[in-house]
Design a protein around this ligand. Structure first.
Ligand code: SF4
Length: 499
């Protein structure tokens, strides 16, 4: 565990100055955030400093954290120091920010002197973007998302096959009530640490969300992500359906597709069937707004697909016409035959070939998942822990001279001002996130660059230590979670190959 410098002590209590709360901590106790403790008079960061080891033998999988009293499966040999990366997980924080970041480590990579600046950033303004693979209606766009009754974010624009949430951010963390800030911070931390969180959307669904797991919507676990919209599904499977049935309707909240009217059906010579869809026709065979959004067929609110059909045109339709109705995931389907009155009659026995095509629709769907992207801005103060001239760090990142990672995971840097990053929490070491009660989320962030570039941007050269010193403190060693990604790889930099 990493020991921090103790600046002051009163009556045996030592002061933690890693965040603005400035806890006084007695021996054997931890501070308000549980991240620091007083162990025999030492101020200690209680989570293990985590390093990545890029050894092939790890096979790219996570090496389990050493059990208590367990023997390390790593013998301390740093011969492979070039393939070791110190993450910010467990590294600690500095506050206020004129102090250098907790670890600024140097090492050679392919003969080049590199440096990595490592810190657990305190993000008073940060959030998470959550992608929920489902067509089901989870709530109106912009509706508040609540945890324990507190608004922690909102439903944002639906995307292809997924509903999206925007959680956290400055207004919920610091702009609302004390409780709202605390609950928001806790929600973000648990979600980013891949824990399961229950939330309720105003006017919408109850959600149980956990990164990397299927979403649970109103108590029902989602299994499949749709193969495409109704129109795309028609296009994909038109050939299979052409000789099997006379008409296919793919029911979808976004675009409901109709085989005989669709361009795919036209090109395959599928004859008109006189079908009538209640909805707004966009282009031939493609209908919008066939029903309200919901948790029924294809993300609509209907449980009987016939509700979207008008009367068949008696001049075109005929008794015996075979109609397949299916949703975009293949979860719902029905096979109908028109009777003498041109009314579709549900068939209890599904011909094997039709069952097979429905199964193919389902088979082409990917597993429904919840994805959580942490999003935060490395503000001027965090950057000051890296360099005495913070804007130069921003420029170095823009110029691809400095590479940003979060717990060793690649971070996407947004265009525009500042260093606003997004990282997939599934690619970060477990328990990467913490909190401080200000409230703010604590997240690991690392900046890697050439030592000479670090000097040029006004880096804290006096604080640079050789990697061996940091590695000695590391208690948790894991393999990179993203195969092939390595923060120090030359291709990450403008000067490197492929840069
Ligand atoms: S809340 Fe945590 S980081 Fe902040 S001063 Fe207290 S122990 Fe230190």
């Amino acid at each position: 565990m990493v020991k921090q410098q103790v600046e002051s002590a009163v009556n045996g209590k030592i002061r933690c100055d890693a965040c603005p709360v400035m806890c006084y901590i007695s021996d054997g106790k931890s501070g308000a955030c549980d991240r620091y403790a007083n162990i025999g008079g030492d101020l200690v960061r209680v989570d293990p400093l985590t390093i990545l080891e890029n050894s092939l033998s790890d096979g790219g999988k996570v090496v389990a954290f050493l059990p208590e009293g367990g023997k390390p499966d790593w013998d301390g040999d740093i011969v492979h120091a070039n393939a070791t990366f110190v993450t910010a997980v467990g590294a600690g924080t500095t506050y206020p920010d004129y102090k250098p970041a907790p670890f600024i480590v140097s090492q050679k990579q392919n003969g080049i002197d590199m440096v990595t600046v490592v810190t657990e950033g305190i993000f008073s303004y940060c959030g998470a973007k959550v992608k929920i693979d489902t067509d089901r209606f989870i709530g109106p766009e912009t509706a508040a998302v609540r945890v324990d009754g507190e608004p922690v974010g909102h439903v944002t624009t639906g995307e292809y096959g997924s509903q999206m949430l925007s959680l956290g951010g400055v207004h919920h963390l610091t702009g609302g009530s004390k409780k709202e800030g605390r609950v928001t911070c806790d929600t973000l931390m648990r979600l980013c640490n891949r824990e399961r969180v229950e939330m309720v959307v105003d006017g919408g669904a109850t959600l149980l969300l956990q990164a990397g797991c299927p979403p649970v919507i109103n108590g029902v676990e989602e299994s499949r992500m749709r193969v495409g919209c109704g129109s795309a599904t028609i296009g994909m499977f038109a050939k299979q359906w052409k000789n099997m049935v006379d008409e296919v309707v793919v029911v979808d909240d976004h675009i409901t597709g109709v085989l005989s009217e669709h361009q795919a059906g036209k090109l395959l010579d599928v004859q008109p069937t006189g079908i009538k869809i209640k909805g707004r026709r966009s282009t031939p065979g493609r209908y919008f707004q066939v029903a309200e959004p919901g948790t029924g067929w294809g993300g609509t609110n209907i449980s009987d697909p016939l509700a979207i059909l008008g009367d068949f045109d008696a001049k075109v339709a005929y008794p015996g016409l075979r109609l397949l109705m299916v949703s975009t995931t293949g979860d719902q389907y029905g096979y109908y035959i028109l009777d003498e009155n041109l009314q579709p009659v549900l068939q209890t026995i599904l011909p094997a070939a039709i069952q097979e095509t429905v199964d193919v629709v389902a088979e082409n769907c990917e597993p429904a998942m919840v994805s959580v992207l942490f999003m935060g801005g490395a503000g001027g103060s965090l950057r000051a822990g890296v360099t005495t001239n913070p804007v130069r760090l921003t420029r170095s990142v823009r110029d691809a001279l400095a590479y940003v990672s979060c717990g060793g995971a690649p971070a996407y840097v947004w265009p525009g001002g500042g260093i606003t990053v997004m990282a997939d929490v599934m690619q970060m070491p477990s328990n990467s996130f913490g909190y401080v009660p200000t409230p703010a989320l604590v997240a690991p962030i690392e900046f890697t660059m050439r030592l000479e570039d670090y000097r040029t941007l006004g880096g804290h050269m006096e604080a640079v230590i050789p990697i061996e010193e940091a590695v000695e403190l590391a208690e948790r060693r894991i393999a990179p979670l993203v195969p092939g990604a390595w923060p120090m790889a030359e291709r990450n930099f403008k000067w490197g190959t492929g840069g």
